[in-house]
Design a protein around this ligand. Structure first.
Ligand code: NAD
Ligand code: WQD
Length: 344
């Protein structure tokens, strides 16, 4: 058994896939999650996939005392991956204080507890949302941070700053900020995946719910953008490839291989795909015909963004190499599994 890692938000979508990859690489994982956007059964399913049951504590990262107790109960935690956050962009506009409190105070609690318990390394879930609409594409880590479009996006920017300021103050902390592009898909076993709350806001869960008949049709938000087919372009990354980037980043932290105390990596494929291209890839990969229509633009949408992942490719020795077809098939198999289980 390798080092012990604390994963906050570990029963969530990206967290659960990362716990699987950490365990497959021999890490001893402790999950902290308040289950505000995930289910306890995820722990059983992680065990089914890996044969190992991760330790699980139903604790809110806002609760400093309880979080403190977790570090005491599981001595020797060597690194942290901090996924726990509220992530719905639209909801953050309606409930900004909930987002600022949850996303900022959770991180602050962790950063205060780390020196107390001798933990120095943390990986933080950041987002390509910090770039807004980049002036140059593909976007590199050096691109300027643009004013956030939502309170959610702002929490990611502020969290990055909180980490930088804490490190600059001399706190014995070092960090890797991973800026994810658009994570999609599910584990090949279809035992874990994304569980959207209510009507999905994100493209792929809406698409698979439409394909299975939960939604009547998918609306493409705009076909009059300045892109080859007029629909928006994103960098869709397979969640398992994304999870693997965390394992490599954790090796880097624990092996003391960081070049700076705060490092930033774009975690994307480097491939921009339009909404219409994604729909057609889904149809080709699954043989399922999708009912869709062209609709109005969605307020706040970025026209096009995709990653330049060259720095992550070179420095981490990591690439996102799963094809879009395999990725979309995994999303579809997950949707079929949810129906089989009567969940969605
Ligand atoms: P998710 O909602 O599936 O997972 C987050 C988990 O954190 C959930 O299980 C939730 O119950 C838990 N949680 C929330 N607040 C908590 C708290 N105060 N204490 C303990 N647990 C708490 O989301 P996800 O898609 O897996 O995202 C994980 C991280 O990655 C988030 O920080 C998110 O902002 C970031 N991110 C996600 C995307 C994306 O498109 N999914 C893109 C970029 C960045
Ligand atoms: C993708 C594309 C839509 C739904 C959001 C957050 C971002 C990040 C990832 C965390 C866009 C189009 C969507 C639909 C559509 N999260 N679309 N019809 O907007 O790139 O990013 O999630 O950090 O911060 O903003 O992802 O999946 O919502 O949309 O046409 O019903 O699909 O316009 O072009 P987005 P998304």
């Amino acid at each position: 058994m390798k080092e012990r890692i604390l994963v906050t938000g570990g029963t969530g979508y990206i967290g659960s896939h990362t716990v699987v990859e950490l365990q497959n690489n021999g890490y001893d994982v402790v999950i902290v999650d308040n289950l505000s956007n995930s289910r306890a059964e995820v722990v059983d399913n992680i065990e089914k996939i890996t044969g190992i049951r991760p330790a699980f504590e139903k604790v809110d990262c806002l609760d400093y005392e309880k979080l403190d107790e977790v570090f005491t109960k599981y001595p020797g935690i060597k690194g942290i991956i901090h996924f726990a956050a509220s992530k719905a962009v639209g909801e953050s506009v309606q409930k900004p204080l909930l987002y600022y409190r949850n996303n900022l105070v959770s991180l602050i609690n962790l950063l205060e507890l780390m020196p107390k318990h001798g933990v120095s390394g943390i990986i933080f879930s950041s987002s390509c949302t910090v770039y807004g609409q980049p002036d140059k594409l593909p976007v590199t880590e050096e691109a300027p941070i643009k004013k956030a479009e939502s309170p959610y996006g702002n929490t990611k920017q502020i969290n990055e700053e909180i980490i930088r300021d804490t490190v600059a103050s001399g706190s014995p902390i070092h960090a890797i900020l991973l800026r994810y592009f658009n994570p999609i898909g599910a584990h090949p076993t279809a035992l874990i995946g994304e569980l959207p709350n209510g009507v999905p806001q994100n493209l792929v869960p809406y698409l698979t719910q439409t394909a299975i008949g939960i939604r009547e049709k998918l609306t493409v938000f705009g076909d009059n953008y300045n892109t080859p087919d007029g629909s928006c372009i994103r960098d869709y990354i397979y969640v398992v490839d994304l999870a693997k980037a965390h394992v490599i980043a954790m090796h880097r932290i624990l092996d003391d291989k960081q070049k700076d105390k705060v490092e930033v990596f774009n975690i994307g494929t480097g491939r921009g795909l339009s909404v219409l291209e994604l729909i057609h890839s889904f149809e080709a990969a699954t043989g399922v015909k999708l009912n869709y229509q062209i609709g109005a633009r969605r307020a706040g949408d970025i026209e096009q963004v995709w990653a330049d992942p060259a720095y992550a490719n070179k420095e981490l020795g990591w690439t996102a190499d799963t094809s879009i077809e395999d990725t979309l098939r995994s999303a579809w198999n997950w949707q079929l599994k949810l129906r089989e289980e009567g969940i969605q």
